[in-house]
Design a protein around this ligand. Structure first.
Ligand SMILES: NC(=O)c1ccc[n+]([C@@H]2O[C@H](COP(=O)([O-])OP(=O)(O)OC[C@H]3O[C@@H](n4cnc5c(N)ncnc54)[C@H](OP(=O)(O)O)[C@@H]3O)[C@@H](O)[C@H]2O)c1
Length: 243
């Protein structure tokens, strides 16, 4: 089955791997960037590019309704390419705003456009302290302080908006720590690593292969359970795009 997809964040680390995957699977992809300079790149990856800022609610609603998507995929963050620690404090604040206000704008636009499903990027290392490995039913660390608290409150807002905005079917992908092409690392982290192609593959599958809900997406590790994605989504961490 092929669908019309609105991919918010097509120019990001995951978006650049996900766009050709969606296109090759036969889906129509309308992909976003804020930069006119990146529009040609998105076109070469298989997307119909649209230049829009998620905080411009009117322009966003126009872009999404024009695309008439069946499914909206949210891969928006605003982090420094190399995750430079000196820039992370400000980046965490910007990204929390995207996850709150930006997700709210995207949900409203998706509903206005008549989309059926919203698939959104969260993270798998924000669980409250407790027995490991964490399942998707474990609580997030809502009591965290400082930058971590800003981060987790943004994630909670994003997940609530994604999962509790009927009639949208919400799917939250809690990604582990990315590595691979276009990310800040060539090598897996010690915590719950995920290669960027396998992360994109989970979003491709989430378009129509799973029930609404939350899925941890990471390689086998001792911190986070990943059985649900393997069994219910049919996902494997070994997926790679052709070189
Ligand atoms: N789970 C993880 O470990 C994880 C998750 C995400 C990112 N990261 C890391 O963070 C670094 C940067 O990654 P990235 O390039 O994907 O992230 P990014 O530069 O933060 O960009 C992500 C996407 O969000 C878009 N975006 C940002 N702010 C926006 C806004 N206000 N309105 C509309 N679109 C907006 C960007 O579009 P533009 O083209 O307009 O910039 C881009 O398409 C990488 O090293 C990556 O590995 C890690």
């Amino acid at each position: 089955m092929s669908y019309r997809i609105f991919l918010a964040g097509a120019s990001g680390a995951i978006g650049r791997r996900l766009t050709p995957l969606l296109h090759s699977a036969g889906h129509y992809v309308c992909g976003t960037t804020r930069s006119k300079m990146k529009a040609d790149t998105l076109r070469s990856l298989g997307a119909d590019p649209v230049v829009v800022d998620v905080f411009d609610a009117t322009a966003l609603t126009h872009a999404v309704t024009s695309a008439r998507p069946d499914v909206v995929i949210h891969q928006l963050t605003d982090l420094p390419k190399d995750l430079d620690p000196r820039e992370m404090g400000a980046a965490i604040i910007r990204t929390a705003r995207i996850r709150g206000e930006g997700t709210r704008n995207l949900v409203r636009a998706a509903i206005a456009a008549g989309a059926r499903r919203l698939v959104a990027q969260s993270i798998a290392w924000a669980y409250a302290p407790g027995a490991e490995p964490h399942a998707e039913t474990d609580p997030l660390d809502a009591g965290a302080e400082g930058d971590s608290g800003v981060n987790v409150r943004g994630l909670i807002a994003l997940e609530d908006l994604t999962l509790k905005s009927p009639p949208l079917e919400g799917v939250v992908l809690r990604y582990g720590q990315l590595y691979g092409p276009g990310t800040a690392s060539d090598w897996p982290s010690d915590y719950a690593p995920i290669q960027v192609d396998a992360a994109a593959y989970a979003a491709l599958l989430a378009v129509d292969r799973c029930d609404p809900g939350i899925y941890n997406i990471a390689q086998s590790n001792r911190h986070v359970r990943t059985e649900k994605a393997r069994v219910e989504l049919g996902w494997t961490p070994d997926f790679r795009l052709p070189a």
